[in-house]
Design a protein. Structure first.
Length: 513
């Protein structure tokens, strides 16, 4: 189905204005430096944000042009104006209107930073950037939700639901990709400041990201000061994925497949029923039969399955041929693999073959972390720089963390620091993908080495032998058991009519099958 797409002429943009703009472009009268401004803010694709839209679209505060005129967010405008005035006083701006006029001269430069056409005139965009830029600078400087005596308690209320919204709601909005304010805009605001406070924008960024970052970093390193960045989220992303003399092997990918797999954590075949689940259901039915000859066969199979349990293998697990990126934390721990925190970001993930230790960065999780992580991944995908280090790290964590028990192991190893419950942390990671294709040389190397160690353990070797020599037989048995199940269901119907309960002992639970 083709989608209806509006052209620029469908908006408040007449043909005459279009001709005038193109004429100016051809005559070179537009700013010559807009080519030096990269597109650094863009909308998250619908295919990516559809699974959890509240993680990508602001819920309380709109920053920048994308969501500024949305009615649900407009209630915060009067508070932003108050805070913007307070920030202008702290920065000792000579004239508020002078700043607006200055940003008007950067109209084309600002619009070049945003992907997609902005249907805003020069005056509107300059006013948005002035108010939102001052509000953001105020927040970065104070690292908390600004308080002002003129503000009512309704600041913490959602006008539609009446529920209290904590300051974390604003912090989440500030870190969203679609809410980013270009760095050069904040720089331009600071150049108009007459304040004697020498604090640089990079220092404000660093102190704020130190508080909000989901990865614990050494922010005092001097080599981090030279990292180029385009806005607050990019600043955080560059520091989390940074590695000096970066020699990671990056893998390029098809954007369509990448977005599809990220929005659906179960994309790698989870919708298909496994042989394990089919056989376990059939066996539970057959176990209800009380015929004397079958009792002997049932005892033999139960003994066989008990041996599996003694070896540490899940019942019927050897029938499940579904591939996984890497086993869970509990499985790796039972295979005598250990976990250790490292000082650094996601580019320092490694597996030590000598000590059988998987080294992971320290992850600090709170109520804002999931939104930050998801928007970091969205930014990495949309930036199309070729590096997918952070997304691969999120997939690694999504693969090894399945249950609250996995979280408990990582907390004990000091890899995860969080006040959230283990179940809440597990739920966060379970929302991430677990795809198989390679994306980052450093992390994929660690995964490969960890899997090689795990596959060489005694339990896994036994499991592999069972799959090799018994797997085909169980497939045949599954088919035969399915046929037998159909016959038994017919026989059950017969017995329901003619009453022969002495031959079968179906439980009440079987009536629901």
């Amino acid at each position: 189905m083709a989608f209806d797409r509006k052209t620029i002429l469908d908006f408040d943009f007449t043909q005459q204005k279009w001709v005038e703009r193109l004429t100016k472009t051809l005559s070179g009268s537009l700013e010559n430096d807009i080519d030096d401004i990269p597109v650094c803010v863009f909308r998250v694709p619908i295919s990516l944000c559809s699974c959890k839209p509240e993680a990508y679209t602001p819920q309380l505060v709109a920053l920048g042009p994308y969501h500024h005129l949305i009615s649900d967010l407009y209630d915060m405008e009067r508070y932003k104006i108050v805070w913007a005035k307070e920030a202008s006083q702290q920065l000792n701006l000579v004239d508020f209107n002078e700043l607006i006029d200055h940003l008007k001269t950067l109209d084309s430069k600002i619009k070049s930073s945003y992907r997609g056409r902005l249907n805003l005139n020069k005056d509107t965009l300059a006013l948005i950037m002035t108010i939102d830029g001052l509000f953001l600078l105020h927040l970065l400087k104070h690292k908390e939700i600004p308080h002002c005596s003129s503000l009512s308690s309704s600041l913490l209320l959602n006008s539609s639901s009446g529920k209290h919204l904590p300051s974390d709601a604003i912090l989440r909005d500030v870190l969203m990709l679609e809410n980013q304010i270009p760095r050069f805009v904040l720089k331009e605001i600071l150049t108009k400041s007459k304040s004697r406070d020498p604090t640089s924008l990079e220092t404000l960024y660093r102190d704020f990201c130190k508080m909000i970052s989901p990865i614990k970093l050494n922010w005092s390193r001097s080599d981090l000061e030279v990292l180029e960045h385009h806005h607050l989220l990019d600043f955080l992303y560059q520091h989390i994925t940074y590695k000096k003399h970066d020699d990671r092997t990056n893998y390029f990918f098809k954007e369509k497949d990448s977005l599809k797999s990220f929005m659906n954590p179960d994309i790698e075949g989870a919708s298909q029923p496994t042989n394990s689940s089919v056989f376990s259901k059939v066996w539970s039915m057959l176990s209800l039969i009380n015929i004397g000859v079958f009792k002997i066969f049932k005892k033999f199979v139960d003994l066989f399955l008990n041996v599996f349990g003694y070896l540490g293998l899940s019942t019927f697990a050897f029938l499940n041929d579904k591939k996984v990126l890497i086993p869970s934390v509990s499985e790796l721990w039972n295979a005598r693999m250990r976990f250790s925190p490292i000082t650094g970001g996601t580019s320092f993930v490694k597996f030590d073959e000598r000590t059988h230790t998987l080294h992971l960065p320290v992850i600090t999780l709170n109520s804002t972390s999931e939104v930050v992580i998801r928007n970091l991944v969205a930014y990495e995908i949309g930036e199309k720089s070729g590096s997918l280090n952070f997304r691969r790290f999120s997939e690694l964590m999504g693969a090894i963390v399945d249950t609250a028990e996995d979280v408990a192991v990582l907390k004990k190893a000091k890899v995860i620091e969080s006040d959230l419950s283990n179940a809440e942390v597990a739920e966060i990671f379970n929302g991430f993908t677990r795809t198989m294709e390679s994306k980052d040389g450093t992390i994929d190397t660690a995964i490969k080495k960890a899997n090689a160690y795990y596959d060489n353990t005694r339990k896994v070797r036994i499991k592999r032998l069972l799959k090799k020599y018994i797997y085909s037989s169980w497939k045949i048995l599954t088919v035969l058991a399915s046929i037998l199940l159909l016959l038994l269901m017919g026989l059950q119907t017969f017995c329901d009519i003619y009453r022969c309960p002495n031959m079968f002992a179906f439980s009440k639970a079987n009536d629901n099958i």
